[in-house]
Ligand binder design. Structure first.
Ligand SMILES: Cc1ncc(COP(=O)(O)O)c(C=O)c1O
Length: 377
């Protein structure tokens, strides 16, 4: 049976730059010579890729960032893990959007953090709710260790935090003296408008730890991400790193490719992903019309859909599983694992035809999971 894969945050497989990387590999290895590659890369990782990450930040944010304030990691997941290792002891409070990336929630649960959800809406984390939570905690003499946020093209909702909210967010973090973990995993993938400048570029030094990745524009298989923060915070985080640093081989090849092709590649892949999103939205509309709602994302890889409130979510997911339509149940992203009537579609990976056909099957399953259908069955 055909499988329709709308699960993980993978880019379009056809746009993986195989030829570009092959050419970059030859140039990079000849230029580096063996001596670079017989050494351990060290905690911050290869300087050439750090310089490219700094260039990317400067080009997209208009703010300079020193390569010495950047550490390359094994995907951004390792960056998150290192930050939590440095900051979170069992029982510590960590705030995060009520709907959050399940990988981050998994790491926090593993650290035995006391995870507190802050409601998020179409403008990102709700800063009024954040203020109330911070005030209540302060009244009890408690202070969160971190506030985790994905302010741009949020996973799973696709939403963006407005510039005004970002300003307020920083004010609150300053007032209550809490460190922000800004996960800008999807920062380069947008189809319309410009996202508001990062929290990192606006906040006082050391208030924000910035995390980004090359997984979403090149591919998660490359396992290259990074975090950025000046000393002494960087030292505190790196004190927990014991892996000898990230692969210099992969770093050099990627850096050589990105140095010449980063923005062309991103422009090209964003065009492809935008078409896939349009196809998904059209298919949802055609097959389910008013039965389903989705605020169209302006970037990123995810469409967050809301099915009718009384949908039997267990039945829906079992139906999808049986017919090999792989989507992610909303519950997986809820801090308290609440069973909400939402399904996340990741739309960059499947082909246009799989999107059209997969949504048709999805629509059958949604209809079969309505209470009226259960009564008939
Ligand atoms: C918000 C967010 N952060 C981090 C990651 C981890 O990505 P990687 O480790 O591939 O960079 C993901 C992956 O889906 C994500 O959605």
């Amino acid at each position: 049976m055909r499988e329709y894969n709308f699960t993980g945050g993978m880019p379009d497989p056809g746009s993986f730059p195989i030829e570009g990387l092959i050419e970059a590999a030859g140039r990079a290895l000849r230029a580096a010579g063996g001596d670079t590659l017989v050494h351990y890369p060290g905690d911050l990782g290869n300087i050439t890729l750090r310089e490219v990450a700094a260039m990317r930040f400067q080009a997209s944010q208009g703010t300079e960032i020193s390569p010495d304030d950047i550490a390359i990691t094994n995907g951004s997941m390792q960056a998150l893990e290192l930050v939590f290792r440095a900051y979170v002891e069992p029982g510590d409070i960590v705030l995060t959007e009520e709907l959050s990336y399940m990988g981050t929630l998994g790491l926090l649960r593993h650290s035995k953090a006391n995870i507190v959800g802050v409601p998020n809406d179409e403008h990102g984390m709700n800063t009024d709710a954040l203020e109330e939570i911070l005030r209540d905690l302060a009244a009890k003499g408690q202070r969160p260790k971190l506030i985790n946020t994905v302010p741009i093209n949020h996973n799973p909702t696709g939403m963006n935090m407005t510039a005004e909210r970002k300003r307020r967010f920083i004010e609150l973090a300053e007032e209550y003296d809490v460190v922000i973990l800004e996960d800008e995993c999807y920062g380069d993938i947008y189809f319309e408008g410009d996202p508001a400048p990062s929290l990192y570029s606006q906040a006082p030094s050391g208030r924000v730890i910035y995390v980004a990745t090359f997984s979403k524009t090149i591919g998660p298989g490359v396992r290259m991400g990074y975090l950025s923060v000046p000393q002494p915070v960087m030292g505190r985080i790196m004190a927990n790193r014991h892996d000898g640093g990230p692969s210099a081989l992969a770093s050099l090849i990627l850096a050589e490719f990105l140095r010449h092709h980063m923005w062309d590649h991103i422009r090209k892949t964003n065009g492809i992903v935008r078409e896939k999103l349009a196809t998904l939205l059209a298919a949802l509309d055609e097959n389910l019309g008013d039965m389903i709602s989705c605020i169209p994302p302006t970037g990123g890889l995810f469409a967050w859909t809301t099915v009718p409130e009384d949908t039997d979510m267990g039945r829906l997911m079992a139906g999808l599983d049986e017919r090999q339509v792989r989507c992610t149940r909303g519950q997986a992203f809820h801090v308290d694992q609440k069973d909400i009537p939402n399904v996340r579609f990741s739309f960059a990976y499947p082909s246009l035809q799989d999107i059209r056909d997969g949504v048709e099957v999805f629509a059958d399953c949604v209809r079969a999971a309505q209470p009226s259908e259960a009564a008939v069955a």
